[in-house]
Design a protein around this ligand. Structure first.
Ligand code: GLN
Length: 393
């Protein structure tokens, strides 16, 4: 057989998605690994989807950079938040999920050999996005328990000639919500060293009080160098629809549109039209969603406390990092990797998690990531099952 791509040989499949497959193959397992809800999108969205099943032009190729209606909805929603009028023709690109948004942004920004700053822990796609776009990641630690970064270490990374920095806010997997001051610090450095800021803001509406989500692109002078990547997956519980978007200034969006066109042509037409209905939902929708996630966070985190498992409490997103050092210190688990622990947990406890090592540049083996985007019954059941872990501690 001829040799396959060397580039692709340098990374593995997604560990997050792999854990979901293992969980699916294990009867009765509760999947708290890959983050997606087990509840339905709002009724208005389901109704709109049904309407789209009638015949019509929506079944053919949409405009490559997004249906006119959806781009207008996005521009209308984000113009006030960004304090400027976003042009839906020139500054919005609809993509196949946040995943393609990030990839298209990276391919548009990076030349082979360019350096890109990635905070660690990071969402696992960024490492692969960097490899696929020929870029070399420079990792800057977010230091637990607050997951703050050291501005001096960050500036050192910029000094190495970084072309861009990726900012996931709220952060998957550590649940950090970047403060305005932190974002201003990042922006100042990006300006000083003339780098792009690529943001991933897919959990923007899952931010727990008293924390607040600030869009990096809304900061003074920031819009010019920021590529805002986002998705409708989490906001409207439609992770299977694959609809994301990018907001960027026209010259940058122009380049992203070309990359996106040749990667995918476009996100599914009927779904782009259907999701426009969700943009009519008012503040009460977002408030209710946040209340629901706040209750789930409380239920899940207090359950972990009762079991005696040390864990992070997310400021935003629905991910919790659980410290498994207590287990690894026991003879039964001596020498185990976090992946082995997760595989064992699916089989023996019936709960699926993601090994923390897939999110860190540093050699971390003592953390696993769980999420709470599940019904309260499932979360309670997961906690009850994990109560059984106590006997190993
Ligand atoms: N962002 C979610 C997670 O981290 C889902 C990832 C995915 O598989 N697209 O689990």
């Amino acid at each position: 057989m001829p040799q396959l791509s060397k580039r692709v040989g340098t990374f593995t499949d997604s560990v997050i998605r792999r854990m979901t497959r293992i969980s699916d193959e294990t009867p009765g397992s509760i999947n708290l690994s890959q983050g997606f809800p087990d509840f339905d999108p709002p009724q208005i969205v389901l109704d709109a989807m049904e309407e789209m099943s009638a015949g019509g032009p929506q079944h053919q190729y949409p405009i490559t950079f997004g249906s006119e209606n959806l781009r207008k909805c996005i521009a209308d929603k984000y113009s006030p938040r960004l304090g400027r009028t976003i042009d839906p023709e020139e500054e919005v690109v609809v993509t196949c999920g946040g995943t393609e948004a990030m990839m298209a942004a990276m391919l548009s920004v990076c030349n082979p050999g360019d350096k890109v700053i990635v905070f660690s822990p990071y969402y696992e796609n960024y490492g692969t996005d960097a490899i696929l776009s020929g870029a070399e990641p420079i990792y800057v630690p977010l230091v637990p328990p607050t997951y703050a970064f050291d501005p001096v270490v960050l500036e050192d990374a910029f000094k190495q000639g970084a072309k861009a920095i990726i900012v996931c806010n709220p952060s998957n997997p550590c649940g950090k919500v970047f403060t305005r001051e932190e974002l201003l610090c990042i922006m100042d450095l990006a300006e000083k060293y003339d780098a792009f800021v690529v943001t991933d803001e897919v959990y923007e509406h899952i931010v727990f009080a008293p924390y607040e989500h600030v869009m990096a692109a809304s900061l003074p002078g920031a819009y010019e160098r920021t590529i805002t990547c986002n998705s409708l997956s989490k906001t409207f519980s439609i992770t299977g629809w694959r609809i994301g978007f990018i907001i960027a200034k026209p010259e940058v969006a122009e380049c992203i549109k070309k990359v996106h066109d040749f990667l995918t042509i476009g996100a599914p037409g009927p779904l782009q039209e259907a999701i426009c209905a969700a943009f009519t939902l008012g503040d009460d929708y977002y408030e209710e969603m946040l209340e629901t996630y706040t209750r789930k966070r409380e239920l899940f985190c207090s359950g972990l406390d009762k079991i005696g498992l040390p864990h992070s409490t997310p400021q935003g997103s629905y991910f919790v990092m659980v410290d498994i050092s207590g287990f690894l210190a026991k003879e039964q688990f001596a020498g185990w990797t976090d992946l082995q622990f997760c595989e064992w947990m699916i089989k023996e406890v019936g709960v699926a998690a993601v090994p923390g090592s897939s999110f860190f540049a540093e050699p971390v083996n003592h953390l696993i990531r769980l999420h709470f985007a599940r019904s309260e019954e499932s979360l309670q059941e997961a906690i009850d099952r994990m109560m059984g872990l106590k006997k190993y501690l």
